[in-house]
Design a protein around this ligand. Structure first.
Ligand SMILES: Nc1ncnc2c1ncn2[C@@H]1O[C@H](COP(=O)(O)OP(=O)(O)O)[C@@H](O)[C@H]1O
Ligand SMILES: O=P(O)(O)O[C@H]1O[C@H](CO)[C@@H](O[C@H]2O[C@H](CO)[C@@H](O)[C@H](O)[C@H]2O)[C@H](O)[C@H]1O
Length: 466
């Protein structure tokens, strides 16, 4: 690759000229978390030229930008984590094949007259990012690391999945996930797969390289992770939908998924700190669930009639003590487990991906040890989602999958999640409430799916297929 990287930190004066373009473009991105509230400004956290902007070819600019929205001071904005990673391509003019990547033309400042676009969509710039990952060390405001040598010359392609982040596949050998909303500290999607891989757990594609903010603070922010691409694999969500459409059972797969989840939990509990939750902490857990319910009902009034019924599930847990010794075990968990986070490889093995946790939650909360039954609840919700997204609604199919999944989990871990019924129900309710909010914000057409579960969990009769 002829281009050489500049370690120059880009002048802060650059941002005002880019702001009008970002103002239009950023809120339209799927990964933009602040939808529904106007953007009133941006502040630049850091900027690095990954490929110099003054070269004759394209330039690649790495920006960390905090978005200001009404009601928050710039300091609060920075603290609340509304910061995004942008990789901007810069050219004199865009070739036709890059037209869909256009962000806009800059009208003033140092880049006046140049065209700015989504850099990851330019194969030349995406290839350059892999080059940086192949060469460990600091670069401007960034730091690159790798565990093994990575081959060069792998052709990039952008993955067009509906995602909270952006992913690039290199030569069908590796996949790079570029985190979009960035928080201070290590991302669990690097931390947990690394810990699992180092402990010999084969249920995750082991990270081979990553990049992060270069900082003298104790913890850098993870910006991107490269891992092996599981070629020919199919995700559990699609497999479940295929089974439903063909009128097939999915219990054998659900059982295997239960075993895979238990294996991951067992290794995480051995590799990373665990805690026990006493009565007071359990009470806090229930109170937090109640608060999330109230906040969700404010945002989505359709929830309001069900609030008392749902609250009962949380009250049943508050003040309860769990386990044989009166305590609940808490450990690092996946945090957003659903069928779309599982991949079945051509040889029939299940892998678990995307350990980022729920993207809307603060990182500190996502990294806290939690009862493993929370992941189980996430997956149980997913069988329900699958059954409700295909007509006629097939609730008994979901029920059989849910039982098989718990049975598989019990086989591999020695603990049957169904024995922790009150906690399981509380987490399922909490997850359904989260899903209502998630769907209202991102996919309003899907809202009836979690709302059906809300009715069931609130003790109302389930509705037949309309
Ligand atoms: N190691 C992998 N091998 C093959 N495909 C993968 C791999 N990791 C992720 N994917 C695909 O990329 C999609 C998005 O990845 P994911 O980590 O879930 O991103 P996000 O958090 O942005 O949703 C997944 O649904 C899956 O289809
Ligand atoms: O995969 P992500 O980390 O982006 O997770 C978010 O998006 C998911 C949807 O893509 C959402 O999952 C919900 O929909 C799934 C079907 O598309 C279903 O299998 C899940 O059970 C349901 O929760 C997830 O909640 C959200 O965090």
């Amino acid at each position: 690759m002829p281009e050489t990287a500049s370690t120059a930190r880009v002048p802060v004066a650059l941002l005002p000229s880019l702001a009008p373009l970002l103002h239009e473009w950023l809120p339209r991105q799927r990964w933009f978390a602040g939808k529904g509230r106007p953007v009133i400004g941006f502040s630049l956290v850091s900027a690095t030229e990954l490929l110099p902007l003054d070269s004759t070819g394209p330039g690649l600019l790495h920006l960390m930008v905090c978005v200001r929205q009404p009601g928050l001071t710039p300091e609060e904005t920075a603290a609340s984590g509304d910061c995004y990673q942008l990789l901007l391509g810069v050219r004199e003019a865009l070739p036709p094949q890059l037209a869909p990547a256009l962000i806009g033309r800059v009208t003033e400042g140092p880049l006046a007259g140049r065209t700015v676009y989504e850099g990851l969509r330019d194969p030349r710039l995406a290839a350059l990012l892999l080059e940086r990952l192949r060469t460990p060390g600091p670069l401007g405001t960034l730091r690159f690391a790798r565990t093994v040598p990575i081959p060069d010359g792998l052709a990039p392609r952008v993955l067009d999945a509906e995602q909270s982040n952006s992913s690039l596949v290199y030569g069908d050998s590796y996949i790079l996930k570029v985190f979009r909303r960035v928080y201070a500290g290590a991302n669990p999607d690097l931390e947990l797969p690394l810990a699992l891989a180092r402990a010999g757990c084969a249920r995750v594609p082991a990270p081979v390289a990553w990049y992060e903010t270069d900082t003298d603070k104790p913890e850098a922010s993870t910006l991107g992770v490269l891992q092996p691409f599981l070629r020919g694999s199919q995700d559990g969500w699609q497999l479940a939908l295929d089974a439903l459409a063909a009128g097939r059972e999915f219990t054998a797969e659900a059982r295997a998924l239960g075993r895979a989840t238990a294996e991951v939990h067992t290794v995480l509990a051995e590799a990373l700190p665990t805690v026990t939750l006493g009565r007071v902490q359990t009470e806090h857990l229930a109170v937090a669930m109640g608060r999330r319910l109230d906040a969700a009902a404010q945002a989505v009034p359709a929830l309001l009639p069900y609030v008392p019924g749902l609250r009962a599930a949380f009250e049943a847990v508050g003040g309860l003590s769990g386990g044989g010794d009166g305590l609940w075990r808490a450990q690092r968990i996946h945090g957003d487990l659903h069928l779309g986070q599982t991949l079945r490889t051509p040889d029939g093995d299940w892998s678990v991906i995307d350990f980022e946790g729920e993207p809307a939650k603060p990182l500190a909360e996502r990294r806290r040890p939690q009862p493993p039954v929370r992941d189980v609840a996430g997956m149980l919700r997913s069988f329900d989602y699958a059954a409700r997204s295909h007509r006629p609604w097939n609730d008994p199919w979901a029920e059989r999958c849910r039982d098989a999944y718990c049975a598989g989990y019990a086989e591999a871990s020695g603990t049957d999640p169904r024995e922790e019924a009150a906690l399981l129900r509380a987490y399922e309710t909490d997850k359904a409430v989260y899903e209502v909010l998630y769907e209202a914000r991102h996919r309003p057409d899907w809202l009836p799916v979690p709302m059906a579960a809300i009715r069931r969990l609130a003790g109302q009769p389930t509705q037949p297929t309309p």
